[in-house]
Design a protein around this ligand. Sequence first.
Ligand code: NDP
Length: 512
Amino acid sequence: MTELKVISASAPGALPAEPFMARHLIDGMWRDSADGQVFERHSPAHGVLVTRAALGGEAEVEAAIAAARRAFDEGGWPEMSGKERAAILLRVADLIDRERERIALLETLESGKPISQAMAEIEGAADLWRYAASLARTLHGDSHNSLGSDLLGVVLKEPVGVVSVITPWNFPFLIVSQKLPFALAAGCTTVVKPSELTPATTVILGELMAEARVPPGVVNIVLGYGQPVGAKMTTDDRVDMVTFTGSTGVGKAIVAATSGTLKKVSLELGGKNPQVIFPDADLDSAVDAVVFGVCFNAGECCNSGSRIIVHEDIAEEVIARVVALSREVPFGDPLNPETQVGAIISREHQAKIDSYVKAAADEGAEVRLGGAALRVPGLAGQFYQPTIVAGVRSDMALAREEVFGPVLSVLTFRDEVEAIALVNDAAYGLSAGVWSENVHTCLSFARKVQAGTVWTNTWMDGFAEMPFGGVKQSGLGRELGRYGLDEFLEVKTVTMRIGRTRAPWVNTGSHA
Ligand code: NDP
C-alpha cells in the first residue's frame, strides 16, 4: 500500500444545508427555463447536492443572443467612454473581493478543488477585472502622418460585437475572468455559458455585475449543456465571435460550427506540457516544481506539467525524489485549508484517467507511485492517487494525450537535440519548461521549443500583464495582457485627404 498524506473528512459544517439556486441572466432579468427544466450538481468530493440550476434550451439562448445584440446595437455600451466602462469593471472587482469567501466555497464544492486554492483564484480573478479596467482606459488605435502632407491615416480599434463566452469546469471563475472583463473593456456585449458541472460561481458573478450596474443585456448567462446551448452560441449569425476554453475536440467542433458565419474564434485548448531537466539543474527547485506541476488542481489543468524529460544520468535520482515529495502532498477533503489536492471532477473522468495509466502499464511502462483511486475516509467522492509512470515512450498515449489527472509521465534524453525533439514531438504547444543553471541552455531551449509559454527555472507563474495561449493544436489567439484585449477588437482603417489634392482618375479636360 502506498503511504500518502491523506486528509480525511474534516469540515462538515461547511457543507450546504440547501442547494444554491441558479437561474439564467437574460436582458438584466433572472429567469427560469421556459419549460421549467432543471439540472443538479453534486460535490465531487462529498457527494452532497450543491446546486440546482435552470436547464437552458433553444428559447433561452435565443433570448440571450437577442438581448446581447440589442445591447450592442442600441444599448450604448460600445459608445460609452473607456473611463465609464473602467469604473464599472473596478466596481465588479471590489464586489468579487467582498464575496471572495462565498465564491470560493461554491467553487470548491462544485469542482472539488482545495479551498485555499479557490481563495487564491478568486483573488487572482479580481486582479484580472482591475487589469482589464486599466486597458479600457488606455485602449487606443494608431495614426500615420507620414503618408504625405495631404494625407492622414487613422487606425481605429472597435469592439468585435456580440461575443459567446464558453467556459470549462476546471477553473470556472478564473477562466471566465480571463475573458469577460477583456471583452467588456473592448466594448463588446456577451452571452456566457459555464460548464454544466460548475455553474454557480458564474451566476454569482452575474449578481455582482448587476450590483456594479453593468447595463441589462451587456452580459447574459445561459446555463445548460454544450448541446443545444453551446452549439447555438457558435452558429447564430447575430454572434460575431466565440471565445472558448476546453478540450481540443470541442475546439475543433467550434471552428467547424463557426465556419458557416465566419465568426472570429479564440481558443484555449489542451496541452501536454513538458519540463526538461538538465544535469546541472537545481534539483531541489526542479523536483518541487515537477510535483506542483502535476498535482496542482489534481492535474485537471491545461497547463499541467504532465511530462518530464530528464537527462538519463539523473533520471533515477529525479524519479526517487519526485516519488518521495509526492507522498508529502496533502490529498483529501478540499474543505480542509491544509489540503493541496482535492477530488476528481466526475466518476467518468476518474475512469478515463485510470485507463491511460493502465494502458501505459500494459505497454511496458512502470508505475512507480499510485496508479489507482484513493480512498479518503469519510468522503463519498472520487480521488486519484498521485501517479508517477517511468519508462514512458513518446509513442504511448500517456506521453501524447491530455490525461487531465495527477499523472506524471517520465521520459529521458541524452543530449539537447534529443530533448528538443521530444518536446516538439507533440500535437500540442501550450507551455514548456527548462531546468538548468546555464543561461545559454535556457535561452536556446526558449528559442527552439514550439510553445505559447516557456518557463525557465520556474513553472506556471502567470500574470495579468503576460499573454497566455497556445500554438499548434493548443489553440488560437491569446488571453491576458494587451493581446488579450486585442482579441475582442476589430481594426478599422480611416484614410483622410486634406484639401483637394487627389488627381482625377477620369480625365475630362476640366482640370487642366
Ligand atoms: P469540453 O471541451 O467538452 O467542455 C468545455 C465547454 O464547452 C463546456 O461548457 C461544454 O458544455 C461546452 N461544449 C461542449 N460541447 C460543445 C459544443 N459542441 N459547442 C459549444 N460548446 C460546447 O470539456 P469537458 O468538460 O467535456 O472535458 C473533457 C476533456 O476536455 C477533459 O477530460 C480534458 O481532457 C479536456 N479539458 C480541457 C480543458 C482545458 O483547459 N484545456 C478544460 C476542460 C476540459 P457542457 O456543459 O455540456 O460540458
